[in-house]
Design a protein around this ligand. Structure first.
Ligand code: G16
Ligand code: MG
Length: 217
């Protein structure tokens, strides 16, 4: 029995949303746009380009293509200064425990993220070696809720979609997993992630018995 366990990155493995927020806020402020923590919630799981469009929309800001490219680059440079300071202490609680358990059970571990910075982040927190396959923002052309990112992940490890389990913190990500006919597990607030097959606040709530059941069913 070999299943593929597909992990989203931001909000599941690490909380990089706080760094995206700081970098976006710096850009927004420089453009005279008011950007709050609540606004940042709507950017979770959303691509970099789409995030900029949403922020510009908040200020009814009309920008040229050239300006947008420049700002995207600026935001990412700022974001990377925060990423550069990350270490394993930023891995969310019990993520490594779950990864270790899945490894001892010889299961596939896959990353399915919208981020183009996924590999450097996994390196920074020293868990890149756990992953049998990585699909990130550099590989996909259709953003979640399109299932492309998870379908590519399943394909890379040659596991049927029905035998894939997806951990996600965003509504769009849960929808993508469901559309791919994979088992969706919401990590976060159950009232927000209602469409998930299972819900947990975080990985401390997921025990070995539950994981074993997923592996064996
Ligand atoms: C993450 C974040 C999003 C971010 C996106 C792209 O997605 O949740 O806020 O906009 O990646 O990131 P980057 O600018 O690094 O390419 P995920 O799918 O890991 O939750
Ligand atoms: Mg996420």
């Amino acid at each position: 029995n070999k299943k593929a366990f597909i992990f989203d990155l931001d909000g599941v493995i690490v909380d990089t949303a706080k760094y995206h927020f700081l970098a976006w806020q710096k850009l927004a402020t420089s453009l005279g746009i008011h950007f709050t923590h609540e606004d940042n919630e709507n950017l979770k799981g959303v691509s970099r380009v789409r995030s900029l469009e949403l922020i510009l929309g908040l200020g009814n800001y009309q920008a040229t293509e050239e300006e947008k490219q420049r700002w995207l680059q600026k935001k990412n440079e700022d974001y990377l200064t925060y990423i550069d300071a990350m270490d394993e202490s930023e891995i969310l609680p019990d993520v490594v425990k779950v990864l270790d358990f899945l490894k001892t059970k010889n299961q596939f571990i896959v990353l399915g993220s919208a981020s183009k910075n996924a590999i450097p982040i996994l390196e920074k927190v020293h868990i890149l070696h756990y992953f049998d396959a990585i699909v990130d923002g550099n590989d996909v052309s259709n953003a979640k809720p399109d299932p492309e990112v998870f379908l590519q992940g399943a394909k890379k490890v040659k596991v049927e979609n029905e035998n894939c389990i997806v951990f996600e913190d965003s509504v769009a990500g849960i929808q993508a997993a469901n559309l791919a006919h994979m088992t969706s597990i919401g990590i976060g607030e159950p009232t927000i992630l209602q469409e998930a097959k299972f819900n947990f606040k975080d990985f401390t709530q997921i025990d070995e018995a539950f994981l074993s059941k997923l592996i064996n069913e």
